[in-house]
Design a protein around this ligand. Structure first.
Ligand code: TXA
Ligand code: MG
Length: 294
Protein backbone atom coordinates (compact mmCIF):
# COMPACT_ATOMS: atom_id res chain seq x y z
CA UNK A 1 0.00 0.00 0.00
CA UNK A 2 1.29 3.45 -0.86
CA UNK A 3 0.78 6.12 1.79
CA UNK A 4 1.68 9.77 2.31
CA UNK A 5 4.41 10.98 4.62
CA UNK A 6 5.58 14.53 5.16
CA UNK A 7 8.63 13.89 2.92
CA UNK A 8 7.53 11.74 -0.03
CA UNK A 9 5.00 8.94 -0.56
CA UNK A 10 6.12 5.53 0.70
CA UNK A 11 5.35 2.05 -0.61
CA UNK A 12 4.58 0.17 2.59
CA UNK A 13 4.35 -3.43 3.71
CA UNK A 14 4.34 -5.28 7.03
CA UNK A 15 8.01 -5.13 8.08
CA UNK A 16 7.79 -8.50 9.81
CA UNK A 17 6.48 -10.27 6.71
CA UNK A 18 9.34 -11.24 4.35
CA UNK A 19 6.98 -12.06 1.45
CA UNK A 20 5.27 -8.67 1.68
CA UNK A 21 8.61 -6.86 1.77
CA UNK A 22 9.84 -8.96 -1.17
CA UNK A 23 6.90 -7.64 -3.16
CA UNK A 24 8.01 -4.04 -2.54
CA UNK A 25 11.39 -4.89 -4.04
CA UNK A 26 9.72 -6.54 -7.03
CA UNK A 27 7.41 -3.61 -7.71
CA UNK A 28 10.19 -1.05 -7.35
CA UNK A 29 12.70 -3.08 -9.34
CA UNK A 30 15.08 -2.52 -6.49
CA UNK A 31 18.20 -4.66 -5.94
CA UNK A 32 17.87 -6.91 -2.86
CA UNK A 33 21.01 -5.60 -1.18
CA UNK A 34 19.53 -2.15 -0.61
CA UNK A 35 18.01 -1.72 2.85
CA UNK A 36 14.55 -0.24 3.51
CA UNK A 37 13.47 2.14 6.24
CA UNK A 38 11.14 0.67 8.85
CA UNK A 39 8.51 3.20 9.90
CA UNK A 40 7.27 2.99 13.47
CA UNK A 41 4.46 4.76 15.34
CA UNK A 42 6.59 6.05 18.21
CA UNK A 43 10.08 5.96 19.68
CA UNK A 44 8.91 3.42 22.26
CA UNK A 45 9.22 0.77 19.52
CA UNK A 46 12.93 1.41 18.92
CA UNK A 47 14.00 -1.56 21.06
CA UNK A 48 11.99 -3.98 18.98
CA UNK A 49 14.16 -3.17 15.94
CA UNK A 50 17.47 -1.95 17.36
CA UNK A 51 19.69 -3.88 19.78
CA UNK A 52 21.37 -0.71 21.03
CA UNK A 53 19.65 2.62 21.37
CA UNK A 54 22.44 5.09 22.12
CA UNK A 55 21.89 8.36 23.97
CA UNK A 56 22.22 10.26 20.68
CA UNK A 57 19.32 8.31 19.22
CA UNK A 58 17.12 9.01 22.25
CA UNK A 59 17.88 12.71 22.08
CA UNK A 60 17.17 13.04 18.36
CA UNK A 61 14.01 10.93 18.62
CA UNK A 62 12.72 12.98 21.55
CA UNK A 63 13.32 16.27 19.77
CA UNK A 64 12.67 15.54 16.10
CA UNK A 65 10.19 12.64 15.89
CA UNK A 66 7.66 12.45 14.41
CA UNK A 67 9.62 14.08 11.61
CA UNK A 68 11.79 13.85 8.49
CA UNK A 69 14.69 12.06 10.16
CA UNK A 70 15.83 8.44 9.77
CA UNK A 71 18.16 6.88 12.33
CA UNK A 72 20.44 3.99 11.37
CA UNK A 73 21.07 1.78 14.41
CA UNK A 74 22.48 -1.69 15.08
CA UNK A 75 19.70 -4.10 14.26
CA UNK A 76 18.01 -6.21 16.91
CA UNK A 77 18.30 -9.97 17.02
CA UNK A 78 15.74 -11.46 14.66
CA UNK A 79 15.60 -8.50 12.28
CA UNK A 80 16.01 -10.21 8.94
CA UNK A 81 18.41 -9.56 6.09
CA UNK A 82 15.37 -8.93 3.90
CA UNK A 83 14.97 -5.53 5.60
CA UNK A 84 18.60 -4.56 5.95
CA UNK A 85 20.07 -5.72 2.66
CA UNK A 86 22.36 -7.93 4.72
CA UNK A 87 23.74 -5.02 6.76
CA UNK A 88 24.01 -5.29 10.54
CA UNK A 89 22.00 -2.06 10.86
CA UNK A 90 18.39 -0.96 10.50
CA UNK A 91 16.96 2.37 9.38
CA UNK A 92 14.07 3.65 11.55
CA UNK A 93 11.77 6.62 11.34
CA UNK A 94 8.55 7.97 12.90
CA UNK A 95 6.98 9.94 10.04
CA UNK A 96 5.32 13.27 10.76
CA UNK A 97 2.13 12.86 8.74
CA UNK A 98 -1.31 12.30 10.30
CA UNK A 99 -2.31 9.62 7.76
CA UNK A 100 0.96 7.70 8.18
CA UNK A 101 0.68 7.92 11.97
CA UNK A 102 -2.93 6.75 11.89
CA UNK A 103 -2.01 3.71 9.77
CA UNK A 104 0.95 2.91 12.03
CA UNK A 105 -1.17 3.34 15.13
CA UNK A 106 -3.94 1.05 13.93
CA UNK A 107 -1.53 -1.52 12.55
CA UNK A 108 0.67 -1.57 15.62
CA UNK A 109 3.78 -3.01 13.95
CA UNK A 110 6.54 -1.62 11.78
CA UNK A 111 5.94 -0.69 8.14
CA UNK A 112 8.84 -1.15 5.74
CA UNK A 113 8.60 1.59 3.13
CA UNK A 114 10.92 2.93 0.49
CA UNK A 115 9.77 5.84 -1.64
CA UNK A 116 6.89 4.72 -3.90
CA UNK A 117 8.69 5.05 -7.24
CA UNK A 118 10.66 2.77 -9.55
CA UNK A 119 14.26 2.31 -8.46
CA UNK A 120 16.45 5.24 -9.52
CA UNK A 121 13.54 7.43 -10.67
CA UNK A 122 12.02 10.57 -9.17
CA UNK A 123 10.29 10.13 -5.80
CA UNK A 124 6.52 10.78 -5.69
CA UNK A 125 5.13 13.74 -3.76
CA UNK A 126 1.47 13.27 -4.73
CA UNK A 127 -0.87 10.29 -4.95
CA UNK A 128 -1.14 10.97 -8.70
CA UNK A 129 2.63 10.51 -9.06
CA UNK A 130 2.36 7.11 -7.36
CA UNK A 131 -0.56 6.11 -9.51
CA UNK A 132 1.25 6.97 -12.72
CA UNK A 133 4.43 5.12 -11.65
CA UNK A 134 3.07 2.06 -9.86
CA UNK A 135 -0.72 2.21 -10.11
CA UNK A 136 -1.11 -1.09 -11.92
CA UNK A 137 1.18 -3.01 -9.59
CA UNK A 138 -0.02 -2.10 -6.10
CA UNK A 139 -3.18 -2.74 -4.12
CA UNK A 140 -3.97 0.65 -2.63
CA UNK A 141 -2.90 4.28 -2.61
CA UNK A 142 -3.88 6.46 0.35
CA UNK A 143 -4.20 10.04 -0.87
CA UNK A 144 -3.04 12.51 1.78
CA UNK A 145 -2.52 15.42 -0.60
CA UNK A 146 0.85 16.79 -1.70
CA UNK A 147 3.81 16.19 0.64
CA UNK A 148 4.83 19.22 2.66
CA UNK A 149 8.58 18.70 2.63
CA UNK A 150 8.94 17.12 -0.79
CA UNK A 151 12.37 15.51 -0.46
CA UNK A 152 13.36 12.39 1.46
CA UNK A 153 14.29 12.32 5.14
CA UNK A 154 17.70 13.21 6.55
CA UNK A 155 19.54 9.96 7.40
CA UNK A 156 21.95 9.83 10.35
CA UNK A 157 24.04 6.77 11.09
CA UNK A 158 24.34 6.21 14.85
CA UNK A 159 25.57 2.63 14.65
CA UNK A 160 29.21 3.55 15.12
CA UNK A 161 31.14 5.75 17.54
CA UNK A 162 30.32 9.08 15.86
CA UNK A 163 27.19 10.36 14.12
CA UNK A 164 27.52 10.38 10.32
CA UNK A 165 25.24 12.09 7.82
CA UNK A 166 24.23 9.53 5.15
CA UNK A 167 21.66 11.66 3.32
CA UNK A 168 20.94 15.40 3.76
CA UNK A 169 17.33 16.52 4.12
CA UNK A 170 15.13 19.20 5.65
CA UNK A 171 16.69 18.65 9.06
CA UNK A 172 20.15 20.12 8.63
CA UNK A 173 23.40 19.25 10.36
CA UNK A 174 23.19 22.42 12.48
CA UNK A 175 19.89 21.31 13.94
CA UNK A 176 21.35 17.90 14.72
CA UNK A 177 24.47 19.45 16.21
CA UNK A 178 22.28 21.69 18.38
CA UNK A 179 20.58 18.59 19.81
CA UNK A 180 23.65 16.36 20.19
CA UNK A 181 26.37 18.89 20.92
CA UNK A 182 28.40 17.31 18.11
CA UNK A 183 28.16 17.89 14.39
CA UNK A 184 27.51 14.79 12.26
CA UNK A 185 30.44 13.94 10.03
CA UNK A 186 30.19 13.54 6.29
CA UNK A 187 29.98 10.00 4.89
CA UNK A 188 33.17 8.01 4.90
CA UNK A 189 34.18 4.68 3.44
CA UNK A 190 33.13 2.71 6.49
CA UNK A 191 29.60 4.14 6.37
CA UNK A 192 26.72 1.76 5.66
CA UNK A 193 25.66 1.65 2.05
CA UNK A 194 22.59 3.64 1.06
CA UNK A 195 21.17 3.68 -2.47
CA UNK A 196 19.87 7.21 -1.96
CA UNK A 197 23.55 8.01 -1.89
CA UNK A 198 24.36 6.36 -5.21
CA UNK A 199 25.87 8.87 -7.57
CA UNK A 200 22.95 8.62 -9.91
CA UNK A 201 19.48 8.52 -8.37
CA UNK A 202 16.23 10.49 -8.40
CA UNK A 203 16.80 10.91 -12.11
CA UNK A 204 14.37 12.08 -14.81
CA UNK A 205 14.44 10.30 -18.19
CA UNK A 206 15.51 13.35 -20.18
CA UNK A 207 19.11 14.51 -19.75
CA UNK A 208 19.42 17.08 -16.96
CA UNK A 209 22.10 19.74 -16.86
CA UNK A 210 22.94 22.08 -13.98
CA UNK A 211 23.77 25.51 -15.29
CA UNK A 212 25.63 28.21 -13.36
CA UNK A 213 24.25 31.73 -13.50
CA UNK A 214 27.04 33.07 -15.74
CA UNK A 215 26.38 30.35 -18.29
CA UNK A 216 22.74 31.38 -18.49
CA UNK A 217 23.55 34.71 -19.98
CA UNK A 218 25.73 33.21 -22.69
CA UNK A 219 23.63 30.19 -23.69
CA UNK A 220 21.25 30.31 -26.62
CA UNK A 221 18.97 27.67 -25.17
CA UNK A 222 16.10 26.37 -27.26
CA UNK A 223 13.58 23.63 -26.81
CA UNK A 224 14.82 22.97 -23.29
CA UNK A 225 12.72 22.57 -20.15
CA UNK A 226 13.94 25.11 -17.64
CA UNK A 227 13.85 25.40 -13.86
CA UNK A 228 15.25 28.79 -13.02
CA UNK A 229 15.09 31.49 -10.35
CA UNK A 230 14.19 34.15 -12.89
CA UNK A 231 11.06 34.89 -14.84
CA UNK A 232 10.91 33.77 -18.44
CA UNK A 233 12.45 36.44 -20.68
CA UNK A 234 10.35 37.86 -23.50
CA UNK A 235 10.82 35.90 -26.72
CA UNK A 236 12.29 32.88 -24.96
CA UNK A 237 12.21 29.76 -27.19
CA UNK A 238 12.27 27.03 -24.61
CA UNK A 239 9.59 24.37 -24.33
CA UNK A 240 8.74 24.96 -20.67
CA UNK A 241 9.91 27.47 -18.09
CA UNK A 242 9.25 26.96 -14.40
CA UNK A 243 10.22 29.80 -12.11
CA UNK A 244 11.64 28.29 -8.91
CA UNK A 245 11.19 29.65 -5.42
CA UNK A 246 14.22 31.35 -3.86
CA UNK A 247 13.22 29.84 -0.52
CA UNK A 248 15.05 26.49 -0.15
CA UNK A 249 12.18 24.80 1.70
CA UNK A 250 9.59 25.78 -0.89
CA UNK A 251 12.01 24.85 -3.65
CA UNK A 252 12.42 21.40 -2.09
CA UNK A 253 8.66 20.99 -1.67
CA UNK A 254 8.06 21.60 -5.39
CA UNK A 255 11.24 20.05 -6.78
CA UNK A 256 10.05 16.57 -7.74
CA UNK A 257 6.75 17.82 -9.16
CA UNK A 258 8.68 20.34 -11.24
CA UNK A 259 11.17 17.74 -12.47
CA UNK A 260 8.30 15.46 -13.47
CA UNK A 261 6.60 18.26 -15.39
CA UNK A 262 9.83 19.20 -17.15
CA UNK A 263 10.54 15.56 -17.95
CA UNK A 264 7.05 15.09 -19.44
CA UNK A 265 7.45 18.04 -21.81
CA UNK A 266 8.62 17.69 -25.38
CA UNK A 267 12.04 19.12 -24.52
CA UNK A 268 15.43 17.85 -25.64
CA UNK A 269 17.08 18.59 -22.34
CA UNK A 270 16.28 19.78 -18.82
CA UNK A 271 18.23 22.80 -17.62
CA UNK A 272 18.28 23.67 -13.93
CA UNK A 273 19.87 26.83 -12.62
CA UNK A 274 22.40 25.92 -9.95
CA UNK A 275 21.10 26.76 -6.48
CA UNK A 276 23.29 28.65 -3.98
CA UNK A 277 26.13 26.81 -2.25
CA UNK A 278 25.00 27.68 1.31
CA UNK A 279 24.08 25.07 3.96
CA UNK A 280 20.32 25.71 3.70
CA UNK A 281 20.46 24.51 0.08
CA UNK A 282 22.52 21.36 0.84
CA UNK A 283 19.65 18.86 0.51
CA UNK A 284 18.34 20.37 -2.73
CA UNK A 285 21.85 20.48 -4.22
CA UNK A 286 22.38 16.84 -3.23
CA UNK A 287 19.23 15.75 -5.12
CA UNK A 288 20.04 17.85 -8.18
CA UNK A 289 23.60 16.51 -8.37
CA UNK A 290 22.22 12.97 -8.37
CA UNK A 291 19.46 13.80 -10.85
CA UNK A 292 21.77 15.32 -13.44
CA UNK A 293 23.14 13.27 -16.28
CA UNK A 294 26.73 12.24 -15.99
O1 TXA B 1 11.65 10.28 3.57
C1 TXA B 1 11.96 9.10 3.46
O2 TXA B 1 12.94 8.61 4.03
C2 TXA B 1 11.07 8.23 2.57
C3 TXA B 1 9.71 8.08 3.25
C4 TXA B 1 8.80 7.12 2.52
O3 TXA B 1 9.90 7.67 4.57
N1 TXA B 1 11.66 6.95 2.35
C5 TXA B 1 12.73 6.77 1.55
O4 TXA B 1 13.09 5.45 1.39
O5 TXA B 1 13.33 7.68 1.03
P1 TXA B 1 14.12 4.94 0.29
O6 TXA B 1 14.15 3.47 0.43
O7 TXA B 1 13.79 5.50 -1.03
O8 TXA B 1 15.47 5.48 0.82
C6 TXA B 1 15.89 5.00 2.06
C7 TXA B 1 17.34 5.25 2.25
C8 TXA B 1 18.15 4.48 1.25
O9 TXA B 1 19.17 5.31 0.76
C9 TXA B 1 18.67 3.34 2.11
O10 TXA B 1 19.88 2.83 1.65
C10 TXA B 1 18.84 4.01 3.45
O11 TXA B 1 17.69 4.78 3.54
N2 TXA B 1 18.85 3.01 4.49
C11 TXA B 1 17.82 2.29 4.95
N3 TXA B 1 18.24 1.42 5.87
C12 TXA B 1 19.57 1.60 5.99
C13 TXA B 1 20.60 0.98 6.74
N4 TXA B 1 20.35 0.00 7.57
N5 TXA B 1 21.85 1.43 6.59
C14 TXA B 1 22.10 2.42 5.73
N6 TXA B 1 21.20 3.03 4.99
C15 TXA B 1 19.95 2.62 5.11
MG1 MG C 1 13.90 6.27 -2.84
Amino acid sequence: MAFPTETVYGLGADASNPAAVARIYRVKGRPANHPVIVHIGDAGQLERWAREVPEHARKLAARLWPGPLTLVLKRALGVGDYLTGGEDTIGLRVPGHPVALEVLGQFGGGIAAPSANKFGCISPTTAAHVRSDLGKEIDLILDGGPCEIGIESTIIDLSRDRPVLLRPGRIGTEEIAATLGVKPEPRDRGAPRAPGTLESHYAPRKPLRLVAIEQWERGAWQNCAVLCFRARPVGDKNAVWIRASTDPQRYARDLYSSLRALDASGCDEILVEEPPASAEWAAVRDRLLRARSK
